[in-house]
Design a protein around this ligand. Structure first.
Ligand code: GLN
Length: 396
């Protein structure tokens, strides 16, 4: 007997599900785009900046569960997007929330989160016990799963489970071609200021940087422009000869999605050639992993990864601890670093490697996200460190 019917009310239709490859089904309510998507589920501990998180191209192939329960409070706007090409849907495939996203309350809001999710093709799910899901990921690692949203609440759970189980996964997959630039372009936008919004770099640039785009976030390019650099963005497949033909004062290796070892198959020869020429080089996240692979170190998949805006990292060069933004599921294996690479940064959460510098080349890289967006700005100094390195090499 349906108790609800007896008492004159009907149970709400569960319009969304997360079906794990191992068979567990989490039922909730769909929000945003309808349909289904298969990906890897990770958790993010940031309390703010959900729009920047969901549009970070490094999240391609992933479904994000937010540990913070109130997501959606500030709505969505056209500015807080990290994907370079607004028309590209690159970023997370799905989003999982504890509570139903509320109506927006912010002077910057242009649209409710639900509508924005639909416009980006992101499938949302709320009414999920995100604490339990996070504990599951903590204990068992990031699972492959299908997230599905259907207004009639009809799901073929067996088919969805089989789809999740058949998915190849992120380990062993190069996802850069799905998000990186196809052609070279120039970047001039600078940081956001209250009242005037984003600026534009003007005047004569001090230095020329070629940014290799594995799925770059806008705020990285903005901070390079803000530091007075002319920024040329090159596709991940651009040969070293093309990059050198721009006569860069420095090369930047961007963040990006997928398994670094796979991207490294074509990125490493290019980076090796640039390092050979002693071009000052700075890498962030996937760019850090590329730098490490280029000097002969190895990367490995992490069980739960680091995703959040509240991670403590120590900079050994200054002895200072910085609170940083993180988003990675692979890490550089410190034990495989060659003699000419020193560890400069380390995670104080789990002791994993967070940065290296080469002793015989002007090159360094970090695993975390100094550009923040979202997150604290403690690590902005790294952009200055890159500028100083380029200036020093220019004079030498
Ligand atoms: N944000 C990034 O660049 C992520 C790098 C890589 N895809 C990882 O998950 O470790």
């Amino acid at each position: 007997m349906d108790q609800g019917k007896e008492q004159g009310w009907t149970k709400p239709v569960k319009t969304g599900v997360l079906v794990l490859a191992s068979g567990e089904v989490l039922e909730g309510f769909g929000v945003g785009a309808e349909g289904e998507a298969v990906g890897e589920v990770c958790f993010n501990t940031a309390m703010t900046g959900y729009q920047e998180i969901l549009t970070d191209p490094s999240y391609a192939g992933q479904i994000i569960t937010f540990t913070f329960p109130h997501i959606g409070n500030v709505g969505a706007n056209d500015e807080d997007v990290e994907t370079v090409d607004f028309s590209r849907s690159a970023g997370a495939l799905g989003a999982i929330f504890g509570l139903k996203p509320t109506e927006p309350s912010s002077h910057r809001a242009q649209t409710p989160l639900a509508d924005w999710l639909s416009s980006r093709g992101i499938i949302g799910l709320y009414g999920i016990d995100t604490r339990a899901l996070t504990a599951f990921i903590r204990d068992r690692g990031m699972p492959n799963a299908v997230i599905a949203h259907a207004p009639d609440g009809r799901f073929d759970l067996e088919r969805l489970r089989a789809k999740a189980a058949a998915w190849h996964g992120i380990d062993g997959t190069d996802l850069v071609p799905s998000v990186g630039a196809k052609e070279r372009f120039d970047w001039k936008e600078t940081s956001w200021k209250l009242g005037s919004g984003y600026g534009v770099r003007d005047g004569e640039p001090k230095l020329r940087v070629v940014a290799i785009d594995y799925g770059v976030k806008r705020n990285i390019l903005r901070l390079l422009a803000e530091a007075g650099c002319e920024v040329i963005v090159a596709p991940a497949t651009a040969p070293a000869s093309e990059i050198l033909a721009y006569h860069p004062d420095g090369v930047f290796l961007s963040n990006g999605p997928g398994d670094p070892a796979e991207t490294g198959k074509y990125a490493v020869p290019v980076i090796k050639a640039l390092l050979e020429k002693k071009v000052p080089t700075f890498g962030i996240c996937l760019g850090h992993q590329m730098m490490a692979l280029a000097v002969g170190a190895k990367t490995r998949k992490m069980p739960q990864g680091h995703h959040g805006a509240n991670h403590p990292v120590k900079d050994f060069t200054t002895g200072k601890v910085e609170i940083v933004s993180m988003n990675h599921g692979f890490a550089v294996d410190r034990d495989t670093l060659p003699a000419n690479a020193t560890e400069t940064h380390r995670s104080l959460f789990d002791g994993s490697n967070c940065g290296i510098a080469l002793t015989d080349r002007p090159a360094f890289s970090v695993q975390h996200h100094p550009e923040a967006s979202p997150g604290p700005q403690d690590s902005h100094y790294l952009f200055q460190r890159f500028v100083e390195m380029m200036e020093k090499s220019k004079v030498a």
